[in-house]
Write a protein that binds this ligand. Structure first.
Ligand code: PLP
Length: 452
């Protein structure tokens, strides 16, 4: 079986239960699925959807794409029969409560006693909110994020009309502390964005060092843990990386995306603030929505208005099944991803065909075929990528500065300033077990390309 289908039965049974909750109402007429046109269109949809890389399969080891857990899929679908809107309690009574509980469980990973937070469309929307709050509190001051931070930080800053500066990185893709200190000395910094797991290489900015700078300079600390946040549960990080993850709770705001490592369908990001009093910044009038209850409506503390209650229901169900605890089933899945990256990195470094700039800090591995010049390496990366894809192994490509390769045994002739590299995010729970197979295909691709 390629695609999991057992959740369909789960869904069917749960729909019966849901329906019984509304049994006192007279029956409405419903769209029936025995209409031939529905069958035709649905079949067309399935055929159209065949035009995709196999994101659900372990041989897809490219971008950050992790299939939702079957419980998330079933719970999301179930909720769409109600289609709750988590803007206000009249639109999504049960799902708003489930969102508050789900968000509180995520907060538990970072050890806060109080918080303000909610789900949203994804990492970009969540970061936008965090930077918007930073701008309210430090108007006119710069947002500082590393040159390896997600590209949306500079774009969000420009959308918000806030000045932005990119802080240079060291040769492992982490924010350079000297460079950060130099900018902070000018007094222009208002918010430092620390990325605990960059999108390109999974590099982790040093929170111990950034927090030391916060003792000297006045800035907000925002942690973009959109991709990396769930590694807080992993027991197999290096001591250096663990030290940063242990300090995420010292941030003023955090972004973590359940739709990346949290087994959720797309459309599930999360923004958290340590100071619950910041809700006052969101104050607005909405005369037509907040009338059913004096309890907190999530729309009162979020920038978006309508939001899918189904996303909260799916997340709640997933965490009910797989609570966010260290050593628990979900925590072990995260550890497996990290272990897959460590083992993959080991294989690469022991094979003379490959150049590896540095060891993975989380579960993203970057590497490139060995050659003399940056251009030759880049051309070979593209060819290996194509040859692997032809054999059903789907990797990703990324451009990295040549200086990232300064630790490799062989010096590279820098005839251009970046190198096109191969990249894998080994984030599927099955990746560790599939590593030998992935390696075999990669080796065949390398043989075909005849890496010198
Ligand atoms: C570190 C980081 N921040 C932000 C984002 C943006 O998240 P989204 O694509 O959910 O908007 C990403 C996406 O990969 C990311 O890796």
């Amino acid at each position: 079986m390629m695609l999991e289908k057992e959740s369909l039965e789960l869904l069917g049974n749960a729909l019966e239960t849901l329906e019984r909750g509304f049994g006192t109402l007279p029956e409405p007429s419903v769209l029936t699925s025995d209409d031939d046109r529905l069958v035709t269109v649905m079949n067309e949809v399935a055929l159209r959807m065949q035009n995709n890389y196999p994101y659900f399969h372990p041989q897809y080891a490219g971008q950050m794409l992790k299939p939702p857990h079957p419980i998330a899929r079933a719970a999301y679908a179930l909720a769409t029969w109600i289609n709750p809107n988590n803007h206000a309690l009249d639109g999504g009574r049960a799902s708003s409560q489930m969102e508050k509980e789900a968000v509180a469980q995520i907060v538990g990973m970072f050890g806060w006693r109080e918080h303000l937070g909610h789900l949203c469309g994804g990492g970009t929307m969540a970061n936008l909110e965090a930077l918007w709050v930073a701008g309210q509190l430090h108007p006119g001051k710069k947002i500082l994020a590393s040159d390896q931070a997600h590209y949306t930080h500079s774009r969000i800053s420009s959308v918000l009309g806030m000045p932005f500066a990119a802080v240079p990185t060291d040769n492992r893709g982490r924010m350079d502390m000297q460079a950060l200190a130099t900018i902070l000395k000018t007094g222009e910094g208002g918010c430092v964005v620390a990325t605990t797991g960059t999108t390109g290489t999974g590099s982790v900015d040093s929170l111990p060092e950034i927090l030391r700078l916060r003792e000297q300079y006045d800035f907000r600390l925002h942690v973009d843990a959109a991709y990396g946040g769930y590694f807080s549960l992993a027991g197999n990080l290096t001591p250096e990386v663990r030290a940063s993850f242990d300090l995420i709770g010292k941030a003023d705001s955090i972004v973590i995306d359940p739709h990346k490592h949290g087994l959720q369908p797309y459309g599930c990001g999360c923004v958290l603030f340590r100071d619950a009093g910041l809700g006052a910044l969101y104050k607005h009038e909405s005369p037509f929505t907040y009338f059913t209850s004096s309890e907190l409506h999530l729309g009162e503390i979020s920038l978006e208005c309508s939001r899918p209650g189904a996303a909260a229901v799916a997340l709640w169900a997933t965490m009910r099944l797989l609570p966010l605890i260290r050593g628990g089933e979900f925590g072990l899945m995260i550890e497996n991803s990290r272990e897959a990256a460590v083992q993959f990195h080991q294989r690469l470094t022991q094979d003379p065909r490959w150049l590896v700039p540095f060891a993975p800090e989380l579960d993203i591995v970057v590497w490139a075929p060995r050659a003399r010049t940056a251009s030759q390496i880049s051309a070979l990366s593209q060819r290996v990528f194509d040859a692997a894809a032809k054999r059903g192994l789907h990797l990703a490509l990324t451009r990295l500065p040549v200086r990232f390769f300064s630790q490799t045994p062989q010096a590279i002739e820098p005839d251009r300033d970046n190198i096109l590299c191969l990249r894998s995010v080994l984030m599927k729970p099955e990746h560790l077990a599939w590593l030998p197979r992935l390696w075999e295909i990669l080796s065949q691709a390398a043989d075909e390309v005849a890496i010198p």
